[in-house]
Ligand binder design. Structure first.
Ligand SMILES: NC(=O)c1ccc[n+]([C@@H]2O[C@H](COP(=O)([O-])OP(=O)(O)OC[C@H]3O[C@@H](n4cnc5c(N)ncnc54)[C@H](O)[C@@H]3O)[C@@H](O)[C@H]2O)c1
Length: 361
């Protein structure tokens, strides 16, 4: 049995037979181009086998469209994704039969009015599928950061030579290498717990985990230990940020927290830029005390000419860690599997915890 967080692809629950006339009605509120990116041909076939699908893609224009009256009135499962319209109380009132929303993307915080949850509609998202590439990116960032690959690539490009004339100029590095690292993971989130697993599988690293709200990610593995934020920052060689941006986590890593980190610490942020105080980080990076791998920044993008872009010990990407390109169909596969579960009378696997939304991404 495949658990909900294991494996690359979710398990298929329903047989891919022709859809019965009694199957639930589902409305696809997804831009056509986006729908083509999200669903493979096989996913379409699975979807059409378990729901009567209204491909009313014009819903993207808004749920107020009078032409959608019949589809909205009949809709039992709503399928949304990037670019779908906000689902507010008036649209909800037009969907009296709606029982489930399945969102083919990550966060649902801004998309659905609290009235949706209050009415008992279950909302599932594909954040677990989006977590896969973010965790993979993070593992790559940890490895390349620990190898000082960004600094050394910069030196290579600048023609820097060491004292023996070698183009592999390792002078002045605080430490280098992936052996025996301590990796600090902030946030036992979907992504954070995947990073813990990957780090333990791929590297002989030990892990310090900080999350004030959950034990997720902790197992019997003695090399994974819970820590306070201060201990994690003091003892980690690499610090990787995986908490959501909330009022509580805004600038969680400020000047005082950066000061706790040892010289040569690699800070990886794939979460949200606002979790880190950019001015304080820039100072530490430019002093050469801390290396940074940032997929997200605050502001995002950084201002043109920001010194962080030119720093040899900083590597900044334009928010690419989440599903992009050929990774996007993973979101559709998860959504289809969730719909198959729902239409088979099973509990959704990826239902959002409405009560905990404030602490989640
Ligand atoms: N770079 C990208 O492309 C990309 C893609 C997806 C998600 N993200 C970001 O990655 C992060 C993790 O997303 P997720 O879906 O894995 O999150 P999630 O919703 O699964 O989990 C959030 C976790 O953060 C914890 N948390 C809440 N407040 C905290 C605090 N003060 N300190 C430490 N932990 C705290 C919660 O207990 C929970 O375990 C989010 O910031 C999200 O926005 C980035």
């Amino acid at each position: 049995m495949i658990s909900k967080s294991e494996g690359e692809l979710p398990a298929v629950v329903a047989p891919t037979a022709a859809c019965p006339r009694t199957a639930p009605r589902a409305l696809l509120a997804l831009d056509p181009a986006m729908a083509r990116e999200v669903f493979t041909a096989q996913a379409w076939r699975r979807l059409e086998a378990c729901v009567r699908l209204d491909r009313s893609l014009t819903a993207v224009g808004g749920f107020d469209d009078p032409a959608l009256r019949e589809e909205l009135a009949a809709c039992e499962i709503l399928i949304t994704g990037w670019g779908s319209p906000h689902l507010g109380p008036s649209a909800l009132a037009r969907m009296p039969r709606l029982g489930h929303v399945v969102h083919c993307a990550g966060t649902v915080k801004a998309l659905f009015d609290p009235a949706v949850y209050a009415r008992g509609v279950s909302v599932s998202n594909a954040a677990e599928a989006n977590a896969v590439p973010v965790a993979q990116y993070t593992l790559a960032a940890i490895i390349l950061g620990a190898k000082r690959a960004f600094t050394l690539a910069h030196r290579l490009g600048a023609g820097s030579l060491d004292e023996h004339g070698s183009h592999r100029d390792l002078t002045g590095l605080p430490w280098l290498g992936t052996r025996g690292l301590t990796v600090g993971v902030i946030g036992a989130s979907r992504i954070g717990t995947r990073v813990v697993r990957l780090v333990r599988e791929v590297l002989d690293a030990s892990v310090l985990l900080y999350d004030p709200y959950t034990d997720a990610g902790l197992t019997a593995d003695p090399a994974v230990r819970r820590a306070s934020l201060a201990e994690l920052l003091r003892r980690s060689d690499v610090v990787s940020v995986h908490a959501p941006l909330t009022p509580e986590t805004d600038r969680l890593i400020g000047a005082a927290e950066l000061a706790l980190m040892r010289d040569g610490t690699v800070l990886v942020n794939t979460a949200r830029g606002g979790l880190v105080d950019t001015d304080a980080l820039r100072r530490e990076v430019l002093r050469g005390r801390i290396d940074a791998v940032l997929d997200v920044t605050d502001p995002e993008p950084l201002a043109e000419g920001d010194d962080l872009h030119g720093a040899p010990n900083a590597f900044i990407t334009p928010h690419i860690a989440g599903a992009l390109g050929n990774e996007i169909t993973r979101l559709g596969d998860l959504a289809v599997a969730e719909i198959e579960r729902i239409t088979s009378g099973l509990e959704p696997w990826h239902a959002v915890d409405a009560a905990g939304l404030g602490r989640l991404a």
